[in-house]
Design a binder for this molecule. Structure first.
Ligand SMILES: [Zn+2]
Ligand SMILES: [Zn+2]
Length: 112
């Protein structure tokens, strides 16, 4: 389930690590997303199998600077990390379903 506090804590805990990755261990940045993915999974159904099937959904679209793709998440930079902090992790199915429902005016996250 989506837990903003957990998300924020995770980002805080990894901020320094990510800086480290950038400097010398760039390749290791690959690992962090797997770690994040498996500890978070899809906020709706818990899916965590394949990173390519997970999306970062901006909880508040007004905060959005750019779209965070799974590929970007694998090549983590501090800027991406900042953006991820504004997002919840959703699998493709749940993500598309959520936007579909939004368009229908059915469900908003505030209501759940
Ligand atoms: Zn899902
Ligand atoms: Zn979205």
């Amino acid at each position: 389930m989506y837990n903003k506090e957990y998300n924020t804590k995770w980002v805080e805990a990894n901020r320094e690590k990510v800086k480290g990755y950038q400097r010398k261990y760039r390749k290791k940045a690959f690992c962090w997303f797997d770690d994040f993915k498996f500890s978070m999974g899809c906020s709706i159904c818990g899916y965590s199998k394949c990173g390519a099937c997970l999306d970062f959904h901006h909880v508040n679209p007004e905060d959005k600077l750019f779209r965070v793709t799974a590929k970007m998440a694998y090549y983590m930079t501090p800027r991406t990390l900042e953006e991820i902090q504004k997002c919840m992790l959703l699998c493709k199915n749940c993500h598309y379903e959520l936007h579909y429902k939004e368009r229908q005016g059915d469900v908003t996250w505030e209501e759940q």
